[in-house]
Ligand binder design. Sequence first.
Ligand SMILES: *Cc1c(COP(=O)(O)O)cnc(C)c1O
Length: 383
Amino acid sequence: MIPYARQDISEADIAAVVDVLRSPLLTQGPQVPAFEAAVKARVGASHAFAYNSATSALHAACMALGLAPGQRLWTTPITFVASANCARYCGAAVDFVDIDPHTCNIDPVALEARLREAADHGTLPAVVVAVDFGGQPADYDALAALRARYGFRLIEDASHALGARWNGRPVGAGAWADCTVFSFHPVKILTTGEGGMVCTEDAALAARLDRLRSHGIVRDRAQMLHAAGEGDWYYEQQELGWNYRMTELQAALGSSQLARLDDFLARRREIAARYDIALRELPLQLPQRDPRADSAWHLYPVQVADAATRSRVFAALREAGIWVQVHYIPVNHQPYYRDLGHRPEDTPHALAYYRRAISLPMYPALRDEEQDFVVATLRGLLA
Ligand SMILES: *Cc1c(COP(=O)(O)O)cnc(C)c1O
């Protein structure tokens, strides 16, 4: 079976985790800060906080930005549900802005039209979550300009995009978003089993992101409110947080994986280039590149002619042992969001993309022969 995505675990990765198992601390030790420091150095961020998933990091990012009941968060429908659910955890409303059919990222033109209308009605979003779909950054030139003009806070859901760049600047360096969230789920660019990281340049946001993952507790005396007369046992819960901490085992795996990031990215780029050439004569729409973006190539989604072809080709590929997937079912197609009044027809480009999309296998350990088999099988099905 050839999956659409899979982790790549080396002997060094295994040894790093085993070392932690023999060490005194399985949580709250030196590995998490070391992994955070390595990510900061890699992406050029001032602050980075490890979480036990990107979902929990998105939740904390929304809380840290002050998202509250009565406010709104806007995002794209072509994403994993977590990009929208983070608003619901805070009691905020969600709305969906259609995609640019070329990049499948949130469409800044559609966003601007919606913002202009919302400004007239007093219904502007407090937060916009942009998703770097498939690893290709969204249009941050346009999004940063809209952020400045309409005053929303921008979260970059870079779950697919560790190692990607926009205009040559690394995703996570804080050049355009208030905070950037990475995922380390096993299908993503690198893995910690489950895990996530949030980066920011904003010191006030950083302080909250640090404590929200651990019950809202502060351990730095300089930040305490009632430390006078208290001893070394003393800690302070200053707001309501959660236990969203990453373990030492996960962080050690993350640091070991991060050392291989350039190899992972190079291999993903190579696989994308091989697909581009091998598939170019077929009746498919291949992933389109924005010349300002350098993608991390988490996904290689193709679009067939129509929904009937998609159903047929998807089933036949799986029959052949090629475990393709669809990224994504529009979030406004989900029953939970339909119950809140959303419809996939509200975002027609996203719906049209969804009906024709298939994600082909894309991961560093995919062998050339396996990729050739995927291409040959697809060619036979589309002949
Ligand atoms: C995977 C993913 C998430 C959630 O990541 P987890 O680490 O599994 O919580 C959020 N957003 C997007 C776009 C994703 O692909």
